[in-house]
Structures are given as structure tokens and as C-alpha cells.
Ligand binder design. Structure first.
Ligand SMILES: CC(C)(COP(=O)(O)OP(=O)(O)OC[C@H]1O[C@@H](n2cnc3c(N)ncnc32)[C@H](O)[C@@H]1OP(=O)(O)O)[C@@H](O)C(=O)NCCC(=O)NCCS
Length: 199
């Protein structure tokens, strides 16, 4: 199944909020606080329908990445990767020093983007004011951090024409990236998760 040709990754608008909340609900992720951060949310539209999201909550000393979700029928085709890349790019554009996240389901998904597990106490105070930290996620959730530096960028921001990959809207697709084929069909994690709220 090919996903990308019909799918656009773009910044959400306020009018997208209900659809994003529906997607989060479908994936049992927290809804609280998302609307306040819709301006720093990226979405995937597949034939005009929102099928993916990734939101950044911006604080003075860092950003919280949350609401990374893909419609169940489109999972496993690279969309989550593209959305996460787009959110990281947005954080760089906003000169955020580091991105934090909380997860109860995907601590093995995020290391490929440079996220490392850290103690909760290492999260800066302003980031800890997020609803995800104060109430929406369990205190047992895994905390992860990705520090941002220019050296981490896979494509130069200032001169896309000299990048080693191709720019496609919000993200860079490195040379040799075969995710454009959309040929992946495997799903290696439990698909029958209980309808409980996760992070
Ligand atoms: C997590 C999620 C966003 C990933 O998006 P996706 O488009 O399905 O994933 P991608 O196609 O980018 O990546 C697929 C790869 O990630 C792995 N993967 C997907 N979800 C994973 C998870 N929760 N934990 C560990 N690995 C995961 C797949 O096994 C696959 O691995 P492979 O490339 O070795 O075959 C998506 O599965 C989702 O919406 N899950 C429910 C909501 C959720 O848990 N979000 C995370 C909140 S912090």
C-alpha cells in the first residue's frame, strides 16, 4: 500500500483540532492541553483527511513532543517517522534546545530519532508544567530527551539544494530512503491494545 503520494505533512490549523483529538482518542492518547498547542502541531493529511499528528508544546527551556499518532489502518508505513521528523524540524526552527517526551507505549520507537531515556528529575521545570507531566500521563511513564544541535541535522536547513537528501515540505528524505515505496506491511507491536489512555 502506498501512503506518501496522497499524504501531506503540514502545520495544523485551529480548524483541525477536532480531527486531531479524534485521532488521539482512537489511539488512546491524552487529549488534555492539545488544543492550546495546535499552532505547533504537524498533521498528515491523506486524501484530505487527518491521519497522523505530532505536537510540540513549547516552553522557555525546552519542548515537549506529544500526540505522535497515526491512524491504525495506516500504521507501519513510515508516517510516524515523517511526523516525528517534521516535529523535530519545527523545534529546530524555533531554536528549542531540547525536546522531551513521555511515553508508556513507544520507548523503543523514539531512540532512532536520537531520543534517550532520562530521569524525570532531569526535565526542566517549565517543561514539567505540561499537562502531560502534571496529570495526563502516569508518573511511571518513560521520559526521553533529544538534545538539538546543528550537527544532528540530516539536511542543511539553509540550503536545501545542497542537501544529501530531498526536501519534501517540512522534512528531509535522505538519499536511499526507500520509505517512498510504502511497501512495509509488518506490524510488530500489539495491535489489540486495550482502550485505556496511554502516553
Ligand atoms: C507509534 C506510531 C506513531 C508509529 O507510527 P507508524 O507510522 O506506525 O510507524 P513507522 O511506520 O514510522 O515505523 C514503523 C517501525 O516502528 C516500529 N514501531 C511502531 N510503533 C512502535 C512502538 N510503539 N514501539 C516500538 N516500535 C514501534 C515498527 O515495528 C516498525 O519497525 P520496523 O521499521 O523495524 O519494521 C504509531 O504506531 C501510533 O500511532 N501508535 C499509537 C499511538 C502511540 O503509541 N503513540 C506514541 C505516543 S508517545
Amino acid at each position: 500500500m502506498t501512503v506518501r503520494p496522497q499524504t501531506r505533512i503540514e502545520t495544523a490549523t485551529p480548524a483541525d483540532a477536532d480531527d486531531v483529538l479524534r485521532l488521539l482518542d482512537q489511539n488512546h492518547l491524552p487529549l488534555d492541553g492539545l488544543v492550546d498547542h495546535i499552532a505547533t502541531t504537524v498533521v498528515a493529511r491523506h486524501n484530505g483527511v487527518i491521519v497522523g499528528s505530532a505536537a510540540l508544546e513549547i516552553y522557555p527551556d525546552g519542548a515537549l513532543l506529544r500526540s505522535v499518532a497515526v491512524a491504525p489502518q495506516l500504521q507501519g508505513h513510515g508516517l510516524g517517522h515523517e511526523l516525528t521528523d517534521a516535529a523535530i524540524r519545527l523545534a529546530r526552527d524555533l531554536h528549542v534546545p531540547a525536546i522531551y517526551l513521555l511515553t508508556t507505549t513507544a520507548e523503543r520507537y523514539f531512540p532512532k530519532f536520537g531520543f534517550e531515556r532520562i530521569p524525570r528529575a532531569d526535565v526542566p521545570p517549565t517543561v514539567q508544567t505540561s499537562i502531560e507531566f502534571t496529570s495526563a500521563c502516569p508518573s511511571s511513564a518513560t521520559v526521553m530527551r533529544k538534545s538539538l544541535s546543528v550537527a544532528d541535522e540530516s539536511c542543511p536547513r539553509e540550503s536545501p539544494s545542497t542537501a544529501s537528501g530531498a526536501w519534501d515540505g517540512l522534512h528531509c528524505v535522505p538519499d536511499g530512503d526507500d520509505r517512498t515505496s510504502g511497501s512495509s506491511t509488518s506490524t510488530k507491536w500489539p495491535v489489540d491494545r486495550k482502550p485505556r489512555r496511554t502516553c
